[in-house]
Write a protein that binds this ligand. Sequence first.
Ligand SMILES: NC(=O)c1ccc[n+]([C@@H]2O[C@H](COP(=O)([O-])OP(=O)(O)OC[C@H]3O[C@@H](n4cnc5c(N)ncnc54)[C@H](O)[C@@H]3O)[C@@H](O)[C@H]2O)c1
Length: 336
Amino acid sequence: MLNIGFIACGGIARHHASRLANVRGARIIACADTFAESAESFAAEFGEPGASTYTDYRRMLRRADLDAIWVCTPTFLHAPAVIAAAKAGKHIFCEKPMAMKPGDAQRMAAEVDKAGVRFTMGFVRRFCPEWGKMKQIVQSGTLGSPVIWRFAAGGKPPNQWFRDENKGGGPLLDGAIHNYDFALQMLGPVASVQASSCQFDSTSVGADTASAILNFASGDQHTLIWSWGMAKGAPAASLNDLIGPKGTLQFGMTADKAPKGFSAKTHGAFTFKGAGGKQRVFTYKRSDMFLDQAKHVVAHFEKNEQPLATAADGIAALEVGLSVLKSGKSQRTIRL
Ligand SMILES: NC(=O)c1ccc[n+]([C@@H]2O[C@H](COP(=O)([O-])OP(=O)(O)OC[C@H]3O[C@@H](n4cnc5c(N)ncnc54)[C@H](O)[C@@H]3O)[C@@H](O)[C@H]2O)c1
């Protein structure tokens, strides 16, 4: 039985805890949040009967019966929490992005190594069946080479720290870190980035809106336009598709193209449109990526094996994200 403690009991911690409740061999026996009420409501909803709550996670980490810690603080506080958990000899699941500074991420990795504990990152998109299918289609050469992955999104995160360049980094760090990690797996290393950022909302600290181009060594590109500064509730058109010399890959399909027996409840689809408008549909089975991530992390901690997303992956994605922020400010190309 893996005995788990949570550092921070906010939005994402509750996502993870609700999935851990369905993972055999894992239980939450303690949690810490600076707000006692958050820790108490979290323990009541997701903890084992009698689960303890703390307002200072350092006190929680003294418990010898804790095997693993889920670090779910705002990003700028990941480093001290991970380092303290490593020093206490606990396995660690750390939410993304790994940190706000490369030096912090390096120190976290070094302390984890020194302590000999397991560490993994919350790159939940690695467990997303939709993005997994996208990767398979792209890597099979269906679109030809190079490809451009085009992505645009908007909306307002629930708390202000997400839009603070010192605490969360805004959409092109906090949000897009999933894209960077996934693109590194799908398209290989990034050679350079070009970005331009701006601020739409005066309550943001630093840029809350930006566009960026990632140039991969392979010749592939990933373009992103993302805002967290638009008026609350204002619709921001989203885009997610890929183009290549052989055609376009779109998420979803029109009902008339559904294969026989297809159910949108259990399956999703992609449509490839090639030469002469010829269409081909690819389907995949839907699943809960947070549940699959929780099962994977628990299994690997219990077997004392290295999980899928490593500290090196966290550092690599962070390097891309911080380069995008730097390029966005300076409007200069950054080579990695
Ligand atoms: N994987 C994903 O898809 C995903 C989604 C959302 C957020 N996140 C990441 O998860 C992390 C947390 O995000 P969130 O949405 O839960 O934020 P949140 O603002 O909802 O919650 C943060 C919590 O941290 C607590 N906290 C702050 N300082 C603390 C401290 N020193 N000790 C203990 N608790 C402390 C706050 O009281 C709050 O309860 C961030 O790194 C974020 O980028 C990941």
